[in-house]
Design a protein around this ligand. Structure first.
Ligand code: SAH
Length: 371
């Protein structure tokens, strides 16, 4: 998907086919397309003038015709746990966020795939924004480039794991996300292992099927309840794709990792954290190769839901592990800097008294007027 507002094409949006076409149209050799992608994503060079194996004429055209800037970083919040949240602005002025989480031996980046989200899960901050638009593949890849730039500056390990758990529903941006996954796992480009790229979804059935057919990556399902009526009340998507339909699709999904499919289960006090809920979960998981991440609810202003108590969490976890279901507790990193999905972008929009559609409209106008 291309962002059309800017007069210049965005360099990071160009797929291999796009570059092949461009080279053909400009009379440059088509093999240059691969070299360009390697400069951008493997050598992480963002000034085409420094592409030493590319002709001078081609370098000039590349500088003239494409926008090579990474998104501008508006705010960086450093958490005590070592994670950093980057709030960035897209070329049309919208806010989105990503979180870099270095830990021993790996650096995980949580990327956003959309500004906002249309699924309105009751516990999610991004869900309250509604959807403004999907991010383009280049806008997602440039989050990885931004994070790598930061890691390289501080002498830390470059991004080794990418999770699509920032703002948005990645499978509502399927073409973009597939292009990103291919670029991330291409051994000549980012070279990440397919085990280390995880797409997380509310459970869009046809899109899960297509994802499985088109790219090899790990899959995470945001489940949060294994009871249809209950899940439907927390996650409107369940009314469209109920649990039995979702399960059938998951049984057929080509598994990429040792532990199969990851299920995310936000533990919300008094909502979905009883042993009766755990029982239903075990029943749902029967026959699936599964791991469950138990995530204590990250509370946010204006939402009365809160995290389950530690004792409840332990009992729930024990119930699962006694039945051979691995169920680690995952605390959202960067809680002190509102790192949970969508919290910072929402806050910043409110601080500046911005409304996403208005920002996009005004930015388009500025671009038309040549600013
Ligand atoms: N739309 C995708 C990816 C984005 S959200 C999805 O739903 O999977 C990434 C994860 O954060 C999801 O599992 C989501 O349910 C979870 N999440 C959302 N709000 C949260 C909150 N307040 N506390 C903890 N986890 C939350």
């Amino acid at each position: 998907m291309k962002v059309t507002e800017s007069p210049l094409l965005y360099a990071y949006d160009q797929s291999l086919d796009d570059w092949v076409d461009w080279c053909g149209q400009r009379g440059f050799p088509k093999f240059m397309a691969k070299q360009l992608r390697e400069w951008i994503f493997a050598k992480r060079e963002k000034d085409p003038q420094l592409f030493t194996n590319i002709s001078k004429v081609a370098r000039e055209k590349l500088s003239e015709e494409f926008d090579w800037s990474l998104p501008s970083v508006d705010t960086i919040l450093s958490s005590e746990d070592g994670s950093e949240k980057l709030l960035f602005r897209t070329r049309d002025g919208l806010f989105a966020e990503c979180v870099v989480m270095p830990s021993e031996g790996r650096t995980t980046l949580c990327v956003s795939s959309q500004v906002g989200c249309r699924w309105a899960c009751t516990f999610c901050q991004t869900g309250r924004m509604g959807l403004t638009r999907s991010l383009s593949s280049g806008e997602i890849l440039s989050q990885v480039l931004l994070a790598n730039e930061k890691m390289a500056e501080s002498g830390q390990k470059l991004v080794s794991n990418v999770v699509f758990m920032g703002m948005g529903e990645p499978l509502d941006n399927l073409d973009g996300v597939i292009e990103v996954c291919r670029t991330l796992t291409d051994p000549k480009l980012f070279g990440l292992s397919k085990h280390r790229v995880t797409v997380s979804t509310v459970g869009l059935v046809p899109e899960i099927e297509r994802l499985g057919q088109e790219v090899a990556v790990s899959l995470a399902i945001s489940l949060h309840s294994a009871d249809n009526a209950h899940r439907g009340s927390m996650m409107p998507v369940n009314r469209k794709y109920p649990l039995e339909v979702l399960k059938q699709t998951l049984l057929e999904y080509p598994i990429q990792t040792r532990h199969g499919i990851t299920f995310e289960y936000v533990m919300i006090k008094g909502e979905n954290d009883s042993i009766a809920h755990a029982k239903k979960l075990v029943k749902f998981l029967h026959g699936l190769k599964a791991k469950v991440n138990l995530i204590p609810m990250n509370a946010h202003p204006g939402n009365p839901m809160e995290a389950s108590e530690a004792e409840r969490l332990r009992e729930f976890q024990k119930y699962l592990s006694d039945r051979s279901i691995p169920a680690p507790v995952r605390y959202s990193r960067g809680q002190d800097v509102s790192a949970a999905c969508g919290q910072l972008a929402t806050k910043r929009m409110e601080d500046l008294d911005l409304e996403p559609h208005k920002v996009a409209r005004e930015r388009k106008k500025e671009i038309r007027e040549g600013n």
